[in-house]
Write a protein that binds this ligand. Structure first.
Ligand SMILES: [Zn+2]
Ligand SMILES: [Zn+2]
Length: 89
């Protein structure tokens, strides 16, 4: 089985790869952006797991505080969430 970087899709040497702490996906050191893809404790995540974790966090805030978000911010945030979803289509 080939070991491929989950970000660029090219082969990656297993002993040089950064490995996602959630799903185990390997990434090149050059492809992995530590500032964007590490969680709060500095643990490496692949883009999919980092995004999932960010959405879980947004979901949690919404479930607790959705009612306190007032217009016009409410419309703006709703529009931004819709636009985010279309980037994955
Ligand atoms: Zn790569
Ligand atoms: Zn992952």
């Amino acid at each position: 089985m080939e070991y491929k970087c989950t970000i660029c899709g090219k082969p990656v040497n297993s002993n040089e790869a950064i490995v996602c702490s959630e799903c185990g996906a390997p990434m090149h050191k050059e492809c992995f952006d530590e500032e964007i893809l590490s969680d709060a404790t500095g643990t490496p995540l692949c883009p999919t797991c980092a995004l999932r974790s960010a959405i879980d966090w947004a979901d949690h805030i919404l479930s607790l505080y959705a009612k306190s978000i007032k217009e016009p911010a409410r419309s703006e945030l709703r529009e931004r969430l819709r636009n985010l979803a279309t980037t994955l289509e």
